[in-house]
Write a protein that binds this ligand. Structure first.
Ligand SMILES: O=C(O)[C@@H](CO)OP(=O)(O)O
Length: 252
């Protein structure tokens, strides 16, 4: 008899970034972590170590807040030496013309309904960013090999699901099927896209789901890659609930 071993998936949103702290829409803008964000990343790594949840491989976006979070967390867990893979497909949702804009001012200017449509609706993207905008990523060398028609100027969550899933199936799933413990260090909305897929969250319900910074979320998957526990398990559930509520309230 052949038993397929399925590994464990651990999702980690980067720690607080400079633009999280300033309450600015960030998207693909490559901002760094704050000192608080660095401490959150280290704490995330300590949680991994305390729970004996030691990654064999890490997948990150190509943005420094996720890369640095993974490095700080893995250092704290004594797993700094594991294999690393990165992809733009794990990047934060491209926030279009909202990149660099203040969330509170945007809420005041456009009103609650439009603000939440842009932030959390499944299929309404913000207006596209102009290629000459100071926060455009056109010309950024890290995307030089990206086919031009794949380079986003804005994205809704549905677009993120569509561009993230090829990476999930082609790069992450094989690691899981090989029985590995897989850490995915990414972003609020790219992880919402992955959670939506894993848990089969409806287009409506995903609007209410927020991912806190720096707290590992564990998913044990069955042989069909379905979560054994719906929604996964945060390694620090109380801190996760409080931090997710704070994300939901941004802009207010
Ligand atoms: O600004 C962003 O890129 C994201 C994540 O910080 O914000 P929001 O939670 O509003 O989608």
């Amino acid at each position: 008899m052949c038993h397929m071993t399925v590994g464990t998936l651990v999702l980690l949103r980067h720690g607080e970034s400079e633009w999280n702290a300033k309450n600015l829409f960030t998207g693909w803008v490559d901002v760094d972590l704050t000192a608080k964000g660095e401490a959150e990343a280290r704490r995330g790594g300590e949680l991994l170590r305390e729970h004996g949840l030691l990654p064999d491989v890490v997948h990150t976006s190509v943005l420094r807040r996720a890369i640095r979070t993974s490095e700080l967390a893995l250092h704290a867990a004594d797993r700094h030496w594991i294999a690393v893979r990165r992809s733009w497909r794990l990047n934060e949702r491209h926030y279009g013309a909202l990149q660099g804009k203040n969330k509170k001012q945007t809420l005041e200017t456009y009103g609650e309904e439009q603000f939440m449509l842009w932030r959390r609706s499944y299929d309404t993207p913000p207006p596209p960013i102009d290629d000459n905008d100071e926060w455009s990523q056109v010309g950024d060398p890290r995307y030089a090999t990206l086919p031009p028609e794949l380079m986003p100027r804005t994205e809704c969550l549905k677009d993120v699901v569509a561009r993230m899933l090829p990476y999930w199936y082609d790069e992450i799933v094989p690691d899981l099927l090989a029985g590995r413990t897989v850490l995915v260090a990414a972003h609020g909305n790219s992880l919402r896209a992955l959670v939506k897929h894993l848990d089969g969250v409806s287009d409506e319900a995903i609007a209410k789901l927020n991912i806190p910074t720096g707290i590992p979320l564990r998913y044990d998957l069955d042989a069909e890659l379905r979560p054994v526990t719906a929604g996964g398990t945060y390694l620090d559930p109380a801190a996760a609930a409080e931090a997710a509520a704070a994300v939901a309230n941004q802009g207010r």
